[in-house]
Design a protein around this ligand. Structure first.
Ligand code: ADP
Ligand code: MG
Length: 249
C-alpha cells in the first residue's frame, strides 16, 4: 500500500507539488495524470525517497518513509522515466546486481531472475550485454529489476513512452498480473487511453494540485460529460491547455 498525505515540494519560491494526497491499495493500479510540468515526476521522486518533501507524509507498506526509510524503500520498486543501466553488464548480471542491492539471497535471486526474464520476454538475451538492447528491451529490463525483490508497491513514471504496440501490450498485461498478486502500482502517464484501459483509479494533477480523483467513470461524471471519452474530459478539467503540452513529450 502507498499512502501519501498532503505532499508539498518547493523549488525556491515555486511550489511544484502543492498538497498532493493519494492512496493506492494492494492490487490497485492508480493512474497519475496531468500535463507536462504538473508535478508528477517530482511527486514520484519524493515517494521513491529520492527527493525530500518540504512537508507531508509518505507511508509505504505501513512504513513511514521519513522515520523508517530502509523498510519503506525495501518494500518499493521504482521505474524512473529516464532509467540508468550499466551498459557493460549482461541482463542477467544487471538483475543479480539489483538483487544484491536489495539483500536477496543467491538461490532466491536466481529463481526470481529466471521468472522475471520469462515474464518480460528477455530470457533469450540474458547473456547479452545491455548495450546491444533496443529501447523496449532496456525498459523491460528496468521493469524486471523493479519487480525482482517482490516489492509491495511499485512506482512507474511514464512507462509507455517510446514503446511499440506489442511492447506496450506486454507491459500492460504484466502490470495487471503484478496487481493481481497484490502489488500496489502508482503509474504516471500522459497517455489517457493507457489510463482508461489500465487504471482502477485515477488522480489528475494540475499545477501541483489534484483537481480530480476517482474511477474513470467518476472523473467523467465530474466533468459533466459522462459519456465522453477521457481525452475531452481531461481537456475540460485541465482548462484545455493540457493535451498540447502533453503531446510534446
Ligand atoms: N529540480 C528542480 N528545480 C526547479 N524546478 C523544478 C525541478 N524539478 C522540477 N521542477 C519544476 O517543477 C514542475 C513540475 O515538474 P515535474 O514534476 O517534472 O512535472 P511532470 O512530471 O508532471 O511533467 C515543473 O515546472 C518543473 O520545471
Ligand atoms: Mg515527468
Amino acid at each position: 500500500m502507498i499512502a501519501v498525505e498532503k505532499l508539498v515540494k518547493r523549488f525556491g519560491k515555486f511550489t511544484a507539488v502543492d498538497g498532493v494526497s493519494i492512496t493506492v491499495e494492494p492490487g490497485q493500479i492508480h493512474g497519475f495524470l496531468g500535463p507536462n510540468g504538473a508535478g508528477k515526476t517530482t511527486s514520484i521522486r519524493m515517494i521513491a525517497g529520492l527527493l525530500k518533501p518540504d512537508s507531508g507524509r509518505i507511508v509505504v507498506n505501513g512504513h513511514d518513509l521519513a522515520r523508517e526509510p530502509e523498510a519503506a524503500k525495501a518494500a518499493l520498486g521504482f521505474i524512473p522515466d529516464r532509467p540508468f543501466i550499466y551498459d557493460k553488464l549482461t541482463a542477467g548480471e544487471f538483475l543479480r546486481f539489483h538483487g544484491g542491492l536489495y539483500g536477496m539471497d543467491g538461490g532466491d535471486t536466481d529463481i526470481r531472475i529466471a521468472e522475471m526474464l520469462e515474464i518480460f520476454e528477455l530470457g533469450r538475451w540474458q547473456h547479452e550485454l545491455v548495450e546491444s538492447f533496443s529501447h523496449g528491451m532496456k525498459q523491460r529490463l528496468v521493469m524486471s529489476a523493479a519487480f525482482l525483490h517482490r516489492p509491495k508497491a511499485v512506482l512507474v513514471d511514464e512507462p509507455m513512452v517510446g514503446l511499440d504496440p506489442r511492447g506496450a501490450r506486454l507491459i500492460k498485461d504484466i502490470f495487471r498480473l503484478m496487481a493481481s498478486r497484490g502489488v500496489a502500482i502508482l503509474m504516471s502517464t500522459h497517455t489517457l487511453e493507457v489510463a482508461q484501459e489500465m487504471c482502477d483509479l485515477i488522480s489528475i494533477i494540475l499545477k501541483g494540485q489534484i483537481i480530480a480523483h476517482g474511477t474513470v467513470a467518476d472523473v467523467r461524471a465530474m466533468s459533466g460529460t459522462p459519456d465522453e471519452e477521457l481525452t475531452p474530459v481531461f481537456l475540460k478539467l485541465t482548462g484545455g491547455g493540457g493535451l498540447q503540452e502533453i503531446d510534446e513529450i
